[in-house]
Design a binder for this molecule. Structure first.
Ligand code: FDA
Length: 390
């Protein structure tokens, strides 16, 4: 039996951050994982360059049953704080778009940085073996990891969500939460491509075509690229709205976000001999223009169309309704919406209210960011908050 001040389950971004912070505060910390290497999701993130934070980080860019929960941690450990660490480690970075910060080099640099920070706190690292049991008695947690038995008065659940199981992701955090009396908000795949039903085959045949749109689901709206795939819809705008999407909801797409109201009637006046497809082709990829014109069944020259027909076509082009029949699921989802309910946790320390010594950090809990570095910022901020309290 080996004794520590804290056992951190999960060597992802949140677990490594919590471990490094607590270790550097003099706590004896061990981090355990079933994966043979730490930070696997960091390594594959951002196309291998890790979109490690977002300068626009704000609580309203996170989904949670309690939209106020993330405020405290995000306010105390900001994108600027993480950037300061990145720069201290000499990692070159750039802003790509919309406040998204990426490494110039490789995501490996972020993992190396976190491991250096853990080493500075003398954090013990135990990887590559299954966690066989987790129990709590007499104010101590005991973890059986491979052949080792570890014990500590504090336990941090940092095992993430079930997105991308082939990287070692599991719903283990939820099993632990239920075991220790915390509620779980139904987990759903998020930041995930959506699939279209057979009657939308026309659009599925556009596989590979991308264009900038405004995608909407309920009150959420995102202006970014949408991509048609052989199964349905993807691209950043679709991934963003997928986090808000529930079965049977419609997704609304504005294919022409830069056009002013009445543009199609204006086109009838200025280009009466042109057809709808030709006019659409000036703003959209050809294949998409053709598919939309075909669906709208506006045949012939604009000059011969009734104004009402064109008004109706313009309205549909500005709010094209797709009702996806599903998503590509946890196998393809970048993150998980839902998770361990925040109602049982302190927003300042991430500690469970009813069980002293138990903490939850990162994606395991019901806090999910937009696409664009927000999820890592939550991993860092929640890990930092717990690390300060351990
Ligand atoms: P994370 O999932 O990273 O870590 C959990 C750890 O627990 C893993 O090491 C895992 O092996 C371990 N574990 C799980 N179950 C276990 C079990 N039963 N026993 C033992 N160990 C177990 N975000 C962002 O902000 N910018 C980006 O660029 C990207 N890009 C991106 C790309 C792809 C393809 C994916 C899948 C995800 C992203 N993300 C992202 C999301 C981001 O990766 C994610 O939100 C964080 O990694 C969450 O960090 P955590 O530490 O909470 O969990």
């Amino acid at each position: 039996m080996e004794s520590f001040d804290a056992i951190v389950l999960g060597a992802g971004g949140a677990g490594l951050m919590a471990s490094a912070v607590a270790g550097q505060r003099g706590r004896r910390v061990v981090v355990v994982d079933h994966a043979p290497e730490p930070g696997r999701k960091i390594l594959i993130s951002g196309g291998g360059r890790c979109n490690f934070t977002n300068l626009g980080t704000a609580p309203d860019r996170y989904l949670s049953a309690n939209p106020h929960f993330a405020k405290s941690a995000l306010g105390r450990y900001t994108a600027g704080d993480f950037l300061e660490m990145v720069e201290r480690h000499g990692i070159a970075w750039h802003e790509k778009t919309l406040g998204q910060l990426f490494c110039d080099g490789s995501a490996r640099q972020i993992v190396a940085m976190l491991l250096d920070e853990c080493a500075a706190g003398a954090v013990a690292m135990r990887l590559g073996a299954a966690i066989r049991d987790v129990s709590h008695a007499d104010g101590r947690f005991t973890v059986v990891h491979g052949d080792a038995t570890l014990t500590a008065p504090a336990l941090v659940i940092a095992t993430g969500g079930p997105s991308i199981p082939k990287l070692g992701a599991t719903g283990f955090a939820y099993d632990l939460a239920r075991k220790f009396g915390l509620k779980v908000v139904e987990p759903r795949p998020a930041l995930v491509p959506l699939t279209l039903p057979p009657e939308e085959a026309l659009f599925r045949s556009l596989s590979g075509v991308a264009t900038e749109v405004v995608a909407r689901c309920g009150k959420a709206a995102f202006r970014e690229a949408a991509l048609f795939t052989h199964r349905g819809l993807s691209g950043p705008a679709i991934l963003q709205v997928s986090s808000y999407w529930r079965h049977r909801d419609a997704i609304g797409i504005d294919f022409l976000p830069d056009q002013d109201a009445g543009w199609l009637l204006e086109a009838k006046r200025t280009r009466p001999r042109a057809g709808l497809r030709t006019v659409l082709s000036t703003a959209l990829p050809d294949r998409l223009a053709e598919a939309l014109a075909e669906r709208l069944a506006v045949v012939g020259e604009l000059g011969n169309q009734r104004d009402a027909t064109l008004r109706d076509a313009e309205q549909r082009l500005g709010d094209w309704r797709f009702v996806p029949n599903g998503s590509e699921g946890f196998a393809k989802a970048e993150v998980t919406v839902g998770g361990i309910a925040t109602e049982g946790l302190s927003s300042r320390t991430m500690a469970a209210r009813h069980l002293p010594g138990l903490y939850v950090v990162g994606e395991a809990m019901d806090v999910t960011g937009w696409l664009g570095g927000y999820n890592f910022q939550w991993a860092w901020a929640s890990g930092w908050a717990a690390g300060q309290a351990l």
